[in-house]
Design a protein around this ligand. Structure first.
Ligand code: NDP
Length: 303
């Protein structure tokens, strides 16, 4: 069973639209999302364009602030501060990753500077603390999208053994927390986990957030398990594409047209053992954007 994230994302967007319209009527302006895009990372440009388009379709105003990759931490902080102080700004998103020059510490300073009430990515330590305590309003978009997907496709979470591969701040850790809050028994795996395959093979719900194309193969997956593929990886070697999909797969035609393809962290052959599985593309990705729109209206209403 393929879990159609794109369809569920559409439904969430349809639910957001009347709330956006009601806010507009009450305040004389639509809710407004400000995106800060620093540098010219090609993937970030695409992500921001998609967020802009989805926001506009839902009736939000989306403003993108483009800064050159040579800017200093202080420049980015000044932009964030001006948005914090702007009463007509409801949501702020700083597109990650920031350029290398900003550094790890600089990146932390920038994300920490965002007003937590406008933090539509849910990455601010204040919101992370609320998430740990199970009372966050603004939750990270990708993991909360995964929970929506499970709920809306009728896959129970309570009482299940969930295994999350990956412990990043933006996916793995908040994913584990949200599943725990919903009464799953949660195991978090990472690059130092021994017996990774055996641990994953005990999962009723397996979430892969690793960043390695086709890493999760059949032996990771218990028969009938629900497999959520968060990975978004660009493959530009035809040999690797053939290794993943076999020489006659229809997706190879797309590869030949574009010279690359987007694949998840889960090997396509897992579909033969999983009870349900998200496709890539068209699974978790669209839900992430839908949850961003939902967070923006939540932030606008909550302030
Ligand atoms: P990170 O690189 O921040 O984290 C990857 C995690 O995977 C780390 O915790 C790492 O472990 C773990 N890992 C790496 N190699 C292995 C291994 N061999 N065995 C076990 N664990 C391993 O990535 P993100 O969490 O930011 O993203 C993960 C994937 O999800 C990427 O493909 C990204 O593009 C995609 N993504 C998709 C989104 C969507 O909307 N669908 C949104 C955000 C991300 P360790 O901590 O030990 O290094």
């Amino acid at each position: 069973m393929l879990l159609d994230g794109a369809r569920i994302a559409r439904t969430i967007r349809e639910e957001v639209a009347p709330r956006v319209a009601a806010f507009d009527t009450a305040h004389g302006r639509p809710p407004t999302l400000h995106i800060v895009l620093v540098g010219d990372d090609p993937a970030s440009q695409i992500y921001v364009r998609n967020k802009e388009r989805a926001g506009a379709e839902a009736g939000l105003t989306v403003a993108v602030h483009r800064l050159a990759s040579s800017v200093t931490v202080e420049d980015v902080l000044a932009t964030v501060k001006s948005l914090n102080d702007d009463p007509a700004c409801d949501g702020i998103l700083v597109q990650a990753p920031l350029p290398k020059g900003i550094g790890k510490h600089g990146t932390e300073l920038v994300f920490d500077a965002i007003d937590p009430r406008k933090d539509v990515d849910g990455f601010h330590p204040h919101n992370v603390g609320l998430l740990v305590q199970g009372r966050a309003v603004l939750k990270p978009c990708t993991p909360s999208g995964v929970v929506e997907l499970l709920d809306r496709t009728g896959h129970a979470i309570a009482g299940k053994h969930a295994v999350v591969i990956g412990r990043s701040e933006i996916v793995g850790k908040p994913m584990a927390l949200l599943l725990l809050q919903r009464d799953a028994t949660v195991t978090i795996c990472h690059s130092k986990t021994p017996d990774l395959v055996a641990t994953c093979a005990r999962a009723d719900i397996l979430v892969a957030a690793i960043g390695r194309p086709g890493f999760v193969t059949r032996e990771f997956v218990k028969a009938g398990a629900v497999v959520i593929d968060v990975g978004i990886n660009r493959v530009d070697s035809r040999e690797q594409a053939v290794q993943l999909f076999g020489a006659n797969h229809p997706r190879l035609a797309g590869f030949d047209q574009r010279g690359s393809m987007i694949v998840g962290d889960v090997h396509p052959a897992v579909a033969e053992v999983a009870g349900a599985m998200t496709p890539v593309p068209g699974g978790v990705g669209p839900l992430t954007i839908a949850m961003l729109l939902k967070n923006t209206i939540e932030a606008a209403v909550d302030r």
